[in-house]
Design a binder for this molecule. Structure first.
Ligand SMILES: [Cu+2]
Length: 150
């Protein structure tokens, strides 16, 4: 009896194999409290959120992009000699079961050259890419310049 060649049995075996593969993949990072601070004129907007890793595997956020902006960069603000400044970072480490806060004065997405003027309350799609090749799509809500949270 040739079980291996049986079309139904092989299909079932394939199905089992693929569902096992899905279950073995670590859960995707979760994004919470995603918002964009809109600034006047042509100034870039900043994207803030909490990034939660529910898995046993550490990851890195390596890039982000949004169809609403020409360019999106990972930035980190810091204080140097009482002056606030920011710099581009290549990636942001996300420890296993850790949370990283993208917040004013710290990490943020720098959203440059909006393709259309932003409106307060509008939702902007952003995709976050991770070091394992996975990505997460998130809707950011637009808030005015004076806002301190979503
Ligand atoms: Cu910045």
């Amino acid at each position: 009896m040739k079980i291996a060649g049986h079309p139904i049995l092989s299909a079932a075996a394939l199905l089992l194999a693929s569902s096992a593969a899905v279950a073995a993949q670590p859960a995707s990072p979760v994004v919470e409290n995603a918002w964009i601070r809109m600034l006047p004129g042509d100034l870039p907007a900043a994207g803030y959120f909490d990034l939660r890793n529910r898995s046993d595997a550490s990851r890195k956020l390596v890039s982000a992009d949004s169809p609403a902006f020409m360019m999106t960069m990972l930035h980190q603000s810091s204080e140097q000699n009482g002056q606030s400044q920011m710099q581009h970072v290549d990636d942001v480490a996300l420890p296993a079961h850790g949370v990283v806060h993208f917040a004013p004065g710290s990490y943020h997405l720098m959203l440059m050259q909006a393709k259309n003027p932003l409106t307060v309350g509008e939702h902007i799609p952003v995709s976050l890419q991770f070091s394992d090749g996975s990505s997460v799509k998130v809707e950011f809500v637009v808030r005015p310049a004076g806002a301190s949270g979503p």
